[in-house]
Design a protein. Structure first.
Length: 195
């Protein structure tokens, strides 16, 4: 018979188990915290301008006479991309923008490229090298009115404006066709893109 006053020594876990359990707990917590963002592009960002009407700004075309006005585009979904010839990510995203512009040309969507802090001749040389999109207008904004109005922090930045002139989405950084197309499909269905 054993003495009830004598207790068995506590079982100890092997020395490597606690650090592993701690690491797994941290990973589980991170998955839980960031789960709402998984499957979404981190460049799709929230902005205080989402849901607000865009101002009626008018721009001179980059390579032709005349002007382009936001007001004249009512009834059309507008993709506004700020870019520059010196911007490396702008080079990377150019094909995705022009291919998406072509794919959506019969769906009531038009693309606008606003030259950001660049010389018109350098912007034109960029287009000579990388190509001009169809269903795409290129304009200059020498006084940076649109940059200030939309709160552009740097290039590239892309905004989606619905047919009523309401800003529905903002993509900071390089655009990828799949992300842009998903956002455009949602806007065309009357939804705000997932952020």
């Amino acid at each position: 018979m054993t003495d009830p006053a004598v207790t068995k020594p506590a079982r100890r876990l092997p020395s490597g188990v606690l650090p592993v359990v701690g690491i797994l707990a941290v990973v589980a917590l991170l998955v839980y915290v960031f789960n709402s963002r998984f499957g979404q592009d981190p460049r799709l960002v929230d902005s205080p301008l989402i849901g607000q009407p865009v101002s009626d700004l008018t721009f001179d075309y980059l390579e032709q006479d005349g002007t382009f006005s936001f007001f004249d585009q009512r009834g059309t979904v507008l993709v506004v991309n700020f870019w520059a010839s010196w911007c490396f990510p702008c080079r990377l995203e150019h094909d995705d923008l022009t291919s998406t512009a072509l794919a959506y040309q019969d769906r009531g969507v038009h693309f606008l490229g606003i030259v950001y802090q660049d010389k018109p001749e350098q912007a034109s040389a960029f287009l000579d090298e990388f190509g001009r999109g169809s269903n795409y207008s290129y304009v200059v904004d020498p006084e940076s009115r649109a940059t200030v109005e939309l709160g552009v922090f740097g290039v590239p930045e892309t905004y989606i404006i619905d047919a009523d002139g309401i800003i529905q989405g903002k993509i900071a950084g390089e655009v990828h066709a799949a992300v842009l197309q998903r956002a455009l499909d949602q806007v065309l269905e009357g939804q705000t893109p997932d952020l």
